[in-house]
Design a protein around this ligand. Structure first.
Ligand SMILES: Nc1ncnc2c1ncn2[C@@H]1O[C@H](COP(=O)(O)OP(=O)(O)OP(=O)(O)O)[C@@H](O)[C@H]1O
Ligand SMILES: [Mg+2]
Length: 157
């Protein structure tokens, strides 16, 4: 399959370090305005992925689960916005008005629990779907929602 037609890619991450390697590899091609949605059940590894992604982006601060704030902002090679609307009842309403506001346009956004946004999720995004739990290997499916996001599929390893 050529890169022109590649819209998804599946990577098996047998341990947490493998998931970190994938997060680091994807961060290398991150650009301003990008939206990366992290799908997966409780404990799937969304925040684990975000920590590695942030570290590779040059974030020095420790990335924690932003469960009790809607959005945490970190400074790396470009700004990193980390959102977790899981426990925020009205998050969907709050975000629906503009998930990518002017500020987020200069950085890359990682969104946990993207299902909370429903129809407000833009099509221009990379989906990172993490399947598996506990100590089991994770199967991670990357889906490019628009051609601009295909470079993430090529960068995955
Ligand atoms: N292959 C793997 N990839 C990622 N994490 C793994 C893997 N194997 C085991 N783990 C463990 O699974 C846990 C994932 O926790 P994490 O906080 O990242 O989940 P989460 O998806 O963010 O959950 P929540 O929705 O509760 O925020 C970590 O303790 C991590 O070490
Ligand atoms: Mg989390």
């Amino acid at each position: 399959m050529t890169s022109a037609t590649l819209t998804s890619r599946t990577i098996v991450c047998s341990d947490p370090a493998a998931t970190s390697r994938l997060g680091s590899a994807l961060a290398e091609v991150a650009g301003p305005g990008d939206l990366i949605c992290l799908w997966g059940d409780l404990g799937a590894g969304k925040t684990h992925f975000a920590k590695a992604f942030g570290a590779a982006l040059g974030v020095i601060d420790v990335i924690v689960s932003p469960s009790f704030v809607l959005m945490a902002e970190y400074q790396g090679r470009l700004p990193l916005f980390h959102l977790d609307p899981y426990r925020l009842a009205d998050a969907a309403d709050a975000l629906a008005g503009g998930l990518i506001d002017d500020r987020q346009g200069v950085g890359v956004t990682l969104l946990e629990w993207p299902e909370r946004l429903g129809d407000a999720l833009p099509e221009g995004r990379l989906d990172v779907r993490i399947e598996g739990a506990g100590d089991d290997p994770r199967t991670i499916v990357l889906v490019a929602g628009s051609p601009a996001y295909r470079r993430y599929l090529e960068a995955a390893r």
